[in-house]
Design a protein. Structure first.
Length: 245
């Protein structure tokens, strides 16, 4: 998208919103709907797309938010060739310290969690936790220092490993293969569904007509039986109330 220039980026800035509402005109080639269409497979989303007529209020609210963050000035700020991995790493660390499914509002707990993540990222976990221990007045043993050092070095090796071009290429291939398998499974399921429904309907019909049918419709009570049941229920209620008094 960056290589296509500012004009193309600006013209397709509504692609995420339109994708949610089932319009894939502005979607890039990585869109699963376009991938399935190019491969000749039918794509069935896990969740149905929203409708602009039924959810017009939601569409307008999201459109206003998207327009606010996709002005010409902000688009030019996004058109850079720097890596976004540090930003993703910070977001992942912040989510780990303050999970999204928990509501912290603007409490000091949220601030402390975010500050902990930022300090550990900038200083390193070893220096950060040693500084906290010194501030609180806790004596740190050599075993604890070794544990922090081993844990931090393991994290650094993990970062270096996942950032290698070969690892990134392999991860991308796995993702593409997963999308392809999902599209194939969806097409197979759509092909078998009508026959399965027809077979199920036939078995239900045959079972209903046969003598060994397990599902037998209960006969509806007549008016006199219904009135008698209602009267008995009323008497039981009165008896319970009298006993309580």
């Amino acid at each position: 998208m960056i290589d296509k220039g500012f004009e193309n980026f600006q013209a397709n800035r509504h692609a995420p919103l339109e994708h949610i509402f089932g319009n894939h005109e502005f979607c890039p080639d990585e869109c699963p709907v376009k991938r399935a269409k190019d491969s000749g497979n039918a794509y069935v989303p896990k969740r149905p797309y929203l409708c602009k007529k039924l959810h017009l209020d939601i569409y307008l609210q999201l459109l206003a938010i998207l327009d606010y963050f996709t002005t010409d000035e902000k688009i030019r700020q996004q058109l850079h060739r720097s890596s976004t991995q540090p930003n993703k790493a910070l977001n992942a660390g912040d989510v780990t310290m303050s999970p999204k499914h928990r509501h912290f509002s603007s409490t000091c707990s949220l601030q402390d969690r975010s500050n902990t993540m930022i300090a550990a990222h900038n200083l390193g976990e070893v220096a950060f936790y040693l500084a906290i221990a010194e501030l609180i007045g806790i004596s740190v043993s050599d075993h604890w220092k070794n544990y922090l050092e081993v844990k931090w070095q393991r994290k650094i090796k993990r970062r270096l490993y996942v950032s290698k071009p070969k690892v990134k290429a392999a991860r991308k291939e796995c993702q593409q293969a997963s999308l392809k398998d999902e599209s194939t499974d969806t097409k197979t399921q759509d092909t078998k569904t009508p026959a399965k429904r027809q077979k199920t309907g036939g078995e239900s019909k045959a079972g209903g007509e046969g003598e060994g049918s397990k599902h037998v419709a209960a006969a509806a009570p007549d008016a006199e039986s219904a009135a008698a049941l209602a009267e008995n229920a009323r008497k039981e209620v009165f008896d319970v109330v009298a006993a309580c008094q």
